[in-house]
Design a binder for this molecule. Sequence first.
Ligand SMILES: Nc1ncnc2c1ncn2[C@@H]1O[C@H](COP(=O)(O)OP(=O)(O)O)[C@@H](O)[C@H]1O
Ligand code: SF4
Ligand SMILES: [Mg+2]
Length: 341
Amino acid sequence: MSSLLGSPQPTDSPAGWQSGAILQVSDLSVDYIMERGIVRAVEDVSFDVSPGEFVGIVGESGCGKSTLLFAIAQLLAPPATVSGGSVIFKGKNLVGLTDKKLAAIRWQDMSVVMQSAMNALNPVTSIGAQFKDAMRAHGVTSKEQIAERSAEVLKMVGIDPLHLKSYPHQLSGGMRQRSMIAMAMLFTPELVIMDEPTSALDVVAQRSLMIQIKELQQELGFAVIFVTHDMSLVRHFTDRLLVMYAGQVAELGATRQVFETPLHPYTAGLMDAFPSIRGPKVPLTGIPGSPPNLANPPAGCRFAPRCPKVMDICRTTAIPLYSVDGVQVRCLLYGNEEARG
Ligand SMILES: Nc1ncnc2c1ncn2[C@@H]1O[C@H](COP(=O)(O)OP(=O)(O)O)[C@@H](O)[C@H]1O
Ligand code: SF4
Ligand SMILES: [Mg+2]
């Protein structure tokens, strides 16, 4: 039986959607306020993350994944602004907190690893000096403590602590990403947010970095939100999967279940495009076209122009999320008895 979800319902929800969540994102919307008009890049997104849970977010480029992460970590800068909803982290709404309060939470309780360590790391400072700065900023001043912890986190990601003396350009791409992950571990956070941390690497380095992230997560018990446009990566490493399309949740459920029975035609299309973690990536041959311009999204289902199962009614009605066996899906195939025939 499918039921209409007016708002997130704790009792009728996929695994991990319990009240013990460390992160609760509710009805979160983010706008880019441009001269030409408002672009809503994230619309009414709701999901929870349980302690120690590994949540994957997938979707093509331009679907709002990075904007969502930046909103969760409260790292948005103009012209982007949270236009609605809340981000409750360990019981506290981060939306509207002062920079000072946010700075205390970031790194210590929640850390962020971005796509390119080359941009995130300071090119003219050694890795060790950057770790030291991060620790000092959070009140750790003992030289011994700083040296010990810096060496410890580098070892955790398989890098010889000798490299504390290295500058970012002296490391390989994989080692730079590992250093960023090490830096994110300095305070043993409870939540690590990662935006395509492996996408700049070749397939072999991607795989080995993923395994390392997973091992660390299992050992230290932190939760992860992992963004990628690569379905093959999330398949083996995540517990729960959020599929984003054009700024909205298209499908949300336990990863295994979503892979076994993808409900949304977009999810099915993404899976066809990435057949194997080792195989070459192929373009979305099953889904011609590209995501809509969010400055002017389609009136009905945003996927309608590309959907192989489109019905007339899809083009006129805004589509809500339906709940099917614990999975949420934004598609009329699962909600409208008449349309299904
Ligand atoms: N700096 C920006 N200024 C204006 N619009 C932006 C900006 N960055 C992103 N957007 C809008 O937000 C949408 C989502 O972007 P993004 O969050 O980067 O997607 P993804 O990470 O899934 O590739 C884009 O399609 C674009 O419409
Ligand atoms: S609502 Fe209609 S157009 Fe949209 S994904 Fe479902 S079947 Fe396709
Ligand atoms: Mg992105």
